[in-house]
Write a new protein. Structure first.
Lengths: 501, 247
């Protein structure tokens, strides 16, 4: 890693200072970092004055960045470390750069590349999906295949799932997404600045604050904007409310997936109460329109603080009681325990993030490792059960709900008030780079911006935690009964639109 | 068992009495905008230029609720002199043109097609199609099934199969990759059927307008009967639209 540049989260870096290595050195550096326990935060291609280039941000307990000129085809890193597998497929799809020797090289989202190079997957994009993609298949007399989606039997997002089964037992699950692809990164590189926050907030609706915050911080860094302490408090509270609402909703849904109805009804309603708290903060249940580069659009006055305090006082005991109802019920624990296990070793290999990673024993929490906003001065959480099964994922979420509640309560006692918001003209620094990382409720959310010589956006890269974690869901199904799929799925609850972009 | 009973008592009865009793949303909620058409033209132009969704027509002083994401910027910029967002969540319309508004929407109930009321007034089964949005519309549609809203008490349900449905409820800007699935699902619903476009995306492409990877307007591939604006529509906006259009 000695040839990569050590950077900080949200640090403005001159692009000229980023080590530009020969490809072989670049490859060796990334692999050495991965072998030493490092994980990939960003690994993507971009074009600068007609030349294709690669850029990677790696994390250990620190952040590192490095780049290189991209050969049209190159020796796959995935062949040596699984941590790069999805990133290399994405690079091939977006820029037509082929990773030779990738063990399962197929499209990610099904769209033509932007470089005009020959499509590496031989797809004809004039055809509506499905394209030319081989599914992993298992053969044998008792083997059968179950195909589900893209349209699912519920109010949920589209995606295609292919199960290879022997009777009820799942050998392998392959997940093909891309149906939600709406060209987010391309839009972010081309639209006027005024549209940027609206698009960031709709990368994944349930992570409105997570993605909105990443973009705001990245822009603040490149435009040299300062954020006052009061605004940071509001932002931190908003991110934690988002975490609580989603975890609560999922705990209820997990309960109904094992046919234990009452907690699902209670938590369904209670989730709404937390969304309504976001509405008190910023006028929208998902936190839309609250976070903007430079601060927050709504200050949190005594009235809002008191409303939040009162509601949290009312809800917290209810949350504790309903959680207790779930986890003390033998019929629930009987289904949660030892179902959908992802080993710590596999979690490490594929780079699981967020609660899914923590439930496998990976400690990483961006709030602790690379703190932004108020997180530097707030206590970290710890988890009691990290066996990698559905039960661990559920328990980690329960613990995070209580931890987040404590964080919000302590933040509400702080005195600083945000300054009122005035929209301003934003000019980004030229020839610069920034990577922004926040712990969204699902895990590590990261945005990356590269600017050109005029301060225009040359490349905007988005990574939702789901980009890592879908592979975790696929692994959790191995050797499980197919009827446990809904349970495993809900224990991860990944984003289709955040992945598809 | 005792815990189940204890929790049941603690939770009590939470279902709202809407629409018999009105619900007042918190003052910061941004619902139907009211426009002051007499406001200074330069200020209107400033708001129109700054609007991230290009939803304001400076000439007519109208806001297109089909494009608006209710971010509140025009209210902030104009200090409330051009637009103010009210807490009125009742915003569904039966025609796209009605969404261009200064704040007065026609009563939805009168614009409902009479045969829909007769056919679906007592029982309405909808197939939801999620087509490339951000999942916020889906999430706030899903909550209609939670005890507070309890959609089923009105005889309205979201069903698993298009064959069991009376219509489709579409969210998202219809990515090219979802075009075929959206049309196939629509075709699988038996006639007569109703089509609902929910959220800015399904109506106009929403935040993603202009992207070459989306269709951006459900009505351009399937004729829409009911429009529910918002980004996402508040659950009460959806509930109001469904009740007024079909009941």
């Amino acid at each position: 890693m000695d040839k990569l540049l050590h950077i900080q989260n949200n640090e403005k870096v001159n692009r000229a200072d980023i080590p530009h290595l020969p490809f072989d050195t670049f490859r060796q550096q990334l692999l050495a970092c991965a072998a030493a326990g490092g994980q990939v935060v960003q690994f993507f291609a971009y074009e600068d004055q007609g030349v294709s280039k690669l850029l990677a941000v790696m994390r250990t307990d620190k952040l590192y960045v490095g780049g290189c000129d991209a050969p049209d085809s190159f020796a796959s890193l995935t062949a040596e470390s699984e941590k790069f597998h999805m990133f290399e497929r994405e690079i091939g799809e977006q820029y037509g750069l082929k990773a030779e020797g990738h063990p399962w090289y197929k499209m990610v989202r099904y769209h033509a590349n932007c470089s005009g190079k020959k499509d590496v997957f031989d797809n004809d994009y004039n055809q509506d999906i499905p394209g030319n993609y081989p599914y992993f298949s298992v053969e044998g007399e008792t083997v059968h295949e179950v195909a589900v989606g893209p349209v699912h039997a519920g109010i949920i997002e589209p995606g295609h799932f292919r199960f290879q089964c022997c009777g009820e037992r799942v050998f392998h699950l392959e997940i093909q997404l891309g149906y939600q692809h709406r060209g987010v990164e391309k839009l972010l590189q081309s639209v006027p600045m005024k549209r940027m926050p609206i698009i960031a907030e709709t990368i994944a609706g349930d992570t409105t604050i997570g993605h909105g915050l990443c973009q705001a911080q990245a822009i603040e860094s490149l435009a040299g904007l300062q954020v006052d302490e009061g605004a940071k408090i509001v932002r931190t509270i908003a991110l934690e409310l988002e975490r609580i609402a989603n975890h609560i909703g999922d705990l209820g849904a997990l309960s109904i997936d094992v046919a234990f109805g009452p907690p699902a009804a209670y938590f369904g309603r209670i989730r709404g109460e937390y969304l309504n708290l976001s509405q008190i903060l910023g006028g929208n249940r998902f936190g839309r329109g609250l976070v903007r580069a430079g601060g927050v659009t709504h200050i949190m006055g005594d009235e809002q603080k008191q409303l939040l305090r009162d509601k949290l006082d009312e809800l917290t005991p209810e949350v504790e009681n309903v959680s207790e109802l779930i986890f003390s019920s033998p019929s629930v624990t009987g289904r949660f325990d030892n179902t959908g296990i992802v080993s710590k070793e596999n979690a490490e290999k594929i780079g699981l993030v967020g609660y899914a990673g923590r439930a496998c024993g990976l400690k990483y929490d961006a709030r602790v490792s690379f703190p932004t906003e108020c997180y530097g001065g707030l206590p970290a959480n710890s988890n009691n059960r990290t066996d990698g099964d559905v039960c661990s994922r559920a328990r980690v979420r329960r613990e995070e709900v209580m931890h987040s509640t404590r964080l919000i309560t302590s933040l509400l006692d702080r005195k600083e008030e945000a300054q009122s918001y005035t929209p301003q003209e934003i000019q980004l620094a030229s020839q610069s780079f920034v990577v922004s990382i926040n712990e969204g409720w699902r895990g590590e959310v990261s945005h990356c911006i590269l600017t050109d010589e005029k301060g225009g956006i040359l490349r905007y890269k988005v990574k939702d935690p789901s980009f890592h974690n879908w592979t975790g869901l696929a692994l959790s199904l191995r050797d499980e009964g197919i009827s446990d799929f809904p349970l495993c799925n809900k224990s991860f609850n990944l984003s289709y639109c955040g992945f598809d972009l | 068992m005792l815990k189940v009973i204890k929790n049941r008592i603690e939770q009590g009865h939470r279902t709202s009495k809407y629409p018999k009793e009105q619900i007042n949303l918190y003052k910061r909620f941004r619902g139907l905008p009211k426009v002051d058409a007499k406001c200074d033209a330069a200020l209107v132009k400033r708001c129109a230029d700054a609007c991230p969704q290009d939803a304001i027509d400076a000439k007519s002083c109208k806001i297109d609720l089909g494009r608006c994401v209710f971010c509140g910027l025009c209210e902030t910029l104009s200090g409330g002199r051009f637009a103010t967002f009210s807490q009125n969540f009742e915003m569904g319309t039966a025609s796209r043109d009605d969404l261009f508004t200064t704040g007065n929407l026609p009563a939805l109930a009168e614009h409902s097609k009479k045969h829909f009321k007769k056919l679906f007034g007592r029982s309405l089964q909808l197939r939801q199609i999620s087509a490339a949005g951000c999942n916020a519309c889906e999430a706030d549609t899903n909550v209609l099934n939670t005890p507070f809203f309890d959609l089923a008490r009105f005889g309205i349900q979201f069903v698993a199969s298009p064959r069991h449905a009376d219509g489709i409820h579409v969210t998202g800007p219809i990515s090219k990759n979802m075009r075929a699935a959206t049309i196939t699902t629509f075709e699988a619903v038996p006639n007569p059927k109703v089509v609902i476009a929910s959220g800015a995306c399904a109506i106009s492409g929403g935040p993603f307008f202009g992207s070459e990877d989306i269709i951006g307007d459900l009505n351009s591939i399937i004729p829409v009967d009911l429009y529910i604006p918002g980004c996402p529509p508040h659950p009460l906006t959806t509930l109001h639209a469904l009740l007024n259009y079909f009941k």
